[in-house]
Design a protein around this ligand. Structure first.
Ligand code: GDP
Ligand code: ZN
Length: 460
């Protein structure tokens, strides 16, 4: 394992009040010492640990001042990485932080890879893999509820549940071992009964976690929503009204040639992600402009369609096309302009689109928006789920491991029930134990670890 000293800019790029360069590793304090000068003390080592010290960052080659700084050092193992850490707070903006990082690198540190600080925290045993992933999710959380879920996971909620299940599986393996060692008939009989109930217990817990996956995905990725309607029904007015009442969250997703801007609106903790492919949002006639197949494709990729109709006009061909498109789609119907004389009745729409939620709105009067928001919340975040106190699986990797483990334990149960030889049961129980262990990183390979941390941002 490389134990060299790493450094990176820990703050986000761009102009800001302060910027922070973080150094971690056995030479961190020495390096900090080399580049820190203060009137008050001769050396950083004389300063009190975990206290900010005022002074200058200098280039030791020529003693030239780089910036006014506040420096703190923390001795391992009670640090983020469990190693010695130095943090240099300087003025924000790219120039000072870059210059300081440069001298730090010239004086014995190496630039940190993405997520390497957190990777060290994991490799040094301070957190497990699920907690490391929670840190990444915390950074990218877009709503309070997804932040809460990640914080919960960082505190170890998922890890505890996984470790409980793995303990049960270990107990099963111990039973199996015992019955292989003492193969008297009655021992075996007791073992099968007990194994079955333990296996069922694990299966139930896995299922409970898997039940939260949909909520987890909604929190993580937002509800991909497309707003449909012929020209002039009030789509833009709806967008504006939603935006006026709620926070818009815009995230940059770097890494693509054209950085994609994603826009989320936070509605009562539900992140709504408005699908905006090639101007669809303002496409006045979706079907005509892009064709039925493409429109269907876009609909397929979204979680929800909000279809807007103008109740002050009779239904027209374009309305019927939209009705046809959303028939089998999770959707909310808005009958807009109810402040004007009504030409379309709720019954009429109900006949064409049975079992869909229909809301009477008037964008001009601000009517119906509260019902829309409540509806969204009920549709996507079942109210019984107290997000704050529950373990919710938000991570795709965790979901996949849970699915594999579920298959394993189901097969084990099957073998138990039809009385297959005990070593058949053993294999599946063991696999289940290993697959669950990959969630927390107990049984995970280095390649997977590298892949996970490569998704982190630099400096974390
Ligand atoms: P879009 O083409 O579907 O985006 O429709 P707009 O939001 O641009 O609205 C078209 C016109 O209808 C504008 O003049 C709006 O002011 C008007 N409008 C939107 N919603 C309502 C409503 O609830 N009642 C009335 N009376 N007019 C509305
Ligand atoms: Zn419009």
């Amino acid at each position: 394992m490389d134990i060299d000293t790493i450094a990176a800019i820990a703050t986000a790029p761009g102009e800001a009040g302060i910027g922070i360069v973080r150094i971690s590793g056995k030479n961190a304090i020495d390096i900090g010492n080399k580049i820190f000068r203060s009137k008050r003390v001769k050396s950083l080592k004389e300063c009190e640990e975990r206290k900010l010290n005022y002074g200058y960052a200098i280039d030791p080659k020529n003693e030239k001042k780089i910036d006014e700084v506040l420096v703190v050092y923390m001795k391992g193992p009670n640090t983020y990485t469990k190693e010695d850490i130095v943090e240099i707070n300087c003025h924000g903006g790219m120039v000072p932080v870059r210059r300081i990082l440069e001298v730090v690198l010239e004086n014995g540190a190496r630039i940190a890879e993405k997520g390497e600080f957190t990777k060290r925290a994991f490799l040094n045993g301070r957190i497990d893999l699920a907690q490391a992933e929670a840190i990444m999710d915390l950074i990218s959380a877009k709503t309070d509820s997804s932040f809460d879920v990640s914080l919960n996971q960082l505190e170890g909620s998922l890890s505890r549940e996984v470790s409980d299940m793995r303990n049960t599986l270990l107990a099963m393996l111990a039973h199996i071992e015992a019955s292989i060692d003492f193969p008297e008939h009655d021992v075996e009989e007791i073992t099968y009964g007990e194994l079955e109930s333990q296996g069922e217990e694990v299966l139930e817990k896995i299922n409970k976690l898997l039940d939260t996956v949909y909520t987890g995905r909604i929190l993580r990725e937002g509800i991909k929503t497309i707003i449909l309607g012929k020209p002039n029904v009030g789509k833009s007015s709806l967008m504006n009204a939603i935006l006026r009442e709620n926070r818009a969250i815009v995230t940059d997703i770097p890494g693509t040639t054209r950085d994609i801007i994603e826009e989320y609106i936070n509605i009562k903790g539900v992140p709504l992600k408005l699908v905006d492919t090639a101007g669809i949002r303002e496409t006045e006639d979706l079907v005509e402009k892009i064709g039925v197949d493409k429109a269907k494709g876009i609909l397929n990729e979204s979680d929800l369609a909000i279809a807007v109709f103008d109740t002050s006009r009779e239904l027209e061909k374009e309305d019927l096309e939209i009705i046809e498109l959303i028939k089998d789609k999770k959707s909310i119907i808005l009958l807009n302009k109810t402040d004007l004389p009504i030409k379309i009745s709720e019954d009429e729409i109900n006949k064409l689109l049975p079992n869909k939620k229909i809301i009477n709105t008037s964008m001009i009067k601000g009517k119906g928006l509260d019902i829309l928001e409540e509806t969204l919340k009920d549709m996507f975040l079942s109210s019984e789920i107290q997000i704050k106190d529950n373990t919710i699986v938000t991570n795709v990797r965790h979901r996949n491991q849970l699915l594999k483990s579920k298959e394993n334990i189901q097969e084990a149960l099957e073998s138990i029930r039809i009385g297959l030889p005990i070593d058949c049961v053993e294999v599946d129980v063991k696999n289940c134990w290993e697959n669950l262990g990959e969630i927390t990183g107990d049984t995970v390979g280095e390649d997977i670890i590298d892949k996970i941390f490569a998704n982190f941002c630099i400096g974390k």
